[in-house]
Design a protein around this ligand. Structure first.
Ligand SMILES: *Cc1c(COP(=O)(O)O)cnc(C)c1O
Length: 481
C-alpha cells in the first residue's frame, strides 16, 4: 500500500506489524572481501552469517503471516488422505477455480512433471520468456524453448507497462512452422522473472489463449507471481481499475488450461502446485507424482506447508498483501532513478533490477558484468543480490558462452521482510558503488558445472579489483562498516 504524506510525497507503508524478529549481522568490508573470495565470487555460495540483507531471491524468504504459522500447528500428518490436502484443494477451488490439484515440493518440480508428461524430443514450447528451471526441464525432455515476446520487452529503460506480453502473431507463425503436433503447450509466465518481473496484460492473455485454442493447444500458466501480475493489471490496465485482486485472478484463470506455481513467491510457503479442470491433464501427470514428489495428498511438501499454503493462497488476494512487495520495489526503483543509477523500468514484481550493461559498460559480456556487479555490490554493502545474465545461461553444445539478452543484478525484495531503512541503506550503497563503478572489473570461471552453472560455479576477478574496491570503501566508511 502507498500512502501520501502531508508534504505530498508518496511512500509505501507496511500494512503489518513485526511480531517475531531474527537478528541480522553486518560484516565489515574486510570480512566481506574474504567471504566473497571464499564463495568464488558467486553470491549463491555465501553463508548467510556473512550477509546483512539477503536480496538473493524472494523464493521461500517472504515473511509468513500469523495465520499461516497458526495453520501449521494444526496440520494433519498423514501419508495419504491428509485433511490438510483437502483444505488446500478448497483454497485452490475458491481462489483459482480449479477442481484438480497436484501438490509438488516447489515450482521446478511442477515444471519437471509437466515436461515429463507433455514434452517429447523435438517439441517446441512457446513462452513469453523462459525461466532458468523451466528451460532446463524442457531441454532435458528433448524439447526447445521459443521465446516470443513483443518488441521492446528487452528495453531496460522503458515505460511499457506490460513487457511480459507474448506476441500472438509469432505464436501463429511458430505453429505453422513446427506443426501443432510439436507444440505441447504455450506457457505464460506471471511475471517474467528474468527480464525484471514484468507482467503481461489481461488483453494479451486473452489474445494468446484465443490463438492457442484455435489450434487446440493448451495454455499453461506459471503463476509463481500471480498476485503481483494481478496487482499490475489492476493498477495499469484501465478495464480493471477498481477491480479486486480476486476478480482479476478469476478473470485470468478463465484463459488457463493448466496452472502451476511455486508457492514460495506469492503464497509465502515452501511448496508448489499444479491445478486444472481437465481430467485428461490431471490423469497424464498423476502417475509421475508419487515417482518424483510424493503421494498425491502431499506431493513432497510437509503437511505443515500444505496448511500454510491454503492460507497463503487466500491472503495473496488481499490488496495489502498483493501490493506489499511491488510498492517497495517501486520505491526502490524510483530512489535509484533519482540517483541516476540505471535500473529496469517500469518497476516489476519481484525485485529491483540494476542494468549491469549500463552500470558497467566497460566490462565485456564475456566477462560477466552482472556477476561482477553482484560481487562488487556485496563487497560494498553486505547485501546479497543475484546475477541474472550470462552466468545464468549455460554453454551451447559447442562449449561457447550463450550471451544473455540482458545483464541484470537482481535485488529481490522478499514480501514483508525488510523495512524502509533497509531499502534506504541499499540505495545508499548502490549510489556509492555507482560513483566507484570504474573500479569494478570482470570475472572468469574457475570451476564450471555443465547445467545451471550459476548455482555452484566458482569465479575469480580479472585483476585485483575486489581488493581495490574494498580498500576504497574502507577509506570512505572506516573499518567498522
Ligand atoms: C521461482 C520460479 C519458478 C521455480 O520455482 P521454485 O519454487 O524456485 O522451484 C518457476 N517459475 C517462476 C516464474 C519463478 O519465479
Amino acid at each position: 500500500m502507498n500512502i501520501t504524506l502531508s508534504t505530498g510525497k508518496i511512500i509505501p507503508i507496511e500494512m503489518h506489524k513485526v511480531k517475531i524478529v531474527q537478528k541480522t549481522n553486518l560484516p565489515s568490508s574486510k570480512r566481506r572481501l574474504e567471504a566473497i573470495n571464499e564463495a568464488g565470487y558467486n553470491t549463491f555460495l555465501l553463508r548467510t552469517r556473512d550477509v546483512f540483507l539477503d536480496m538473493l531471491t524472494d523464493s521461500g524468504t517472504n515473511a509468513m503471516s500469523d495465520n499461516q504459522l497458526g495453520a501449521m500447528m494444526v496440520s494433519d500428518e498423514a501419508y495419504a488422505g491428509s485433511e490438510s490436502f483437502y483444505k488446500l484443494a478448497d483454497a485452490v477451488k475458491e481462489v483459482l477455480g480449479f477442481k484438480y490439484l497436484l501438490p509438488v515440493h516447489q515450482g521446478r518440480a511442477a515444471e519437471h512433471l509437466l515436461a515429463k508428461a507433455f514434452v517429447k524430443p523435438g517439441d517446441v514450447v512457446p513462452m513469453n520468456y523462459h525461466f532458468t528451471t523451466t528451460k532446463a526441464h524442457v531441454d532435458l525432455a528433448g524439447g526447445k524453448v521459443a521465446e516470443i515476446f513483443k518488441e521492446g520487452a528487452l528495453e531496460t529503460a522503458s515505460s511499457n507497462p506490460f513487457k511480459g506480453n507474448l506476441d500472438p502473431a509469432k505464436l501463429e507463425a511458430l505453429v505453422k512452422q513446427h506443426g501443432v503436433a510439436h507444440i505441447p503447450f504455450v506457457r505464460m509466465e506471471a511475471t517474467t522473472n528474468l527480464i525484471g518481473g514484468q507482467p503481461f496484460s489481461m488483453a494479451n492473455l486473452r489474445e494468446v489463449k484465443a490463438m492457442a485454442a484455435s489450434f487446440g493447444i493448451p495454455l499453461v500458466f506459471d503463476g509463481s507471481l500471480i498476485s503481483e501480475n494481478a496487482y499490475f493489471i489492476q493498477q495499469r490496465e484501465p478495464e480493471f481499475k477498481g477491480a479486486t485482486i480476486q476478480q482479476v485472478i478469476t478473470e485470468l484463470m478463465k484463459n488457463v488450461d493448466i496452472f502451476y506455481m511455486s508457492g514460495r513467491k506469492s503464497a509465502a510457503v515452501r511448496g508448489g502446485l499444479i491445478a486444472t479442470n481437465e481430467k485428461k491433464f490431471y490423469d497424464a501427470i498423476l502417475p509421475w507424482l508419487p515417482v518424483y514428489e510424493g503421494f498425491a495428498t502431499y506431493g513432497g511438501m510437509s503437511t505443515k506447508e500444505v496448511e500454510a499454503m491454503a492460507v497463503g493462497l487466500r491472503e495473496m488476494t488481499e490488496q495489502a498483501v498483493a501490493s506489499s512487495g511491488a510498492d517497495f520495489i517501486q520505491y526502490f526503483v524510483n530512489r535509484l532513478e533519482e540517483e541516476g543509477v540505471p535500473v529496469v523500468t517500469p518497476a516489476g514484481g519481484l525485485a529491483c533490477h540494476l542494468d549491469a550493461m549500463r552500470f558497467l559498460p566497460h566490462i565485456p559480456q564475456a566477462q560477466y558484468p552482472a556477476g561482477a556487479l553482484a560481487a562488487a555490490f556485496y563487497i560494498a554493502s553486505g547485501v546479497r543480490g543475484m546475477e541474472r545474465g550470462t552466468v545464468s545461461m549455460d554453454r551451447d553444445a559447442q562449449g561457447n558462452d550463450v550471451m544473455s539478452d540482458l545483464e541484470l543484478l537482481r535485488l529481490a525484495v522478499p514480501r514483508r521482510l525488510y523495512t524502509m531503512s533497509h531499502i534506504e541503506y541499499a540505495v545508499d550503497r548502490v549510489k556509492w558503488l555507482y560513483a566507484h563503478r570504474e573500479m569494478v572489473g570482470g570475472l572468469q570461471f574457475v570451476e564450471e558445472p555443465p547445467v545451471l552453472r550459476f548455482f555452484f560455479g566458482r569465479l575469480e576477478p580479472v585483476g585485483d579489483w575486489g581488493v581495490q574496491l574494498a580498500a576504497a570503501f574502507r577509506a570512505d566508511f572506516g573499518d567498522e562498516f
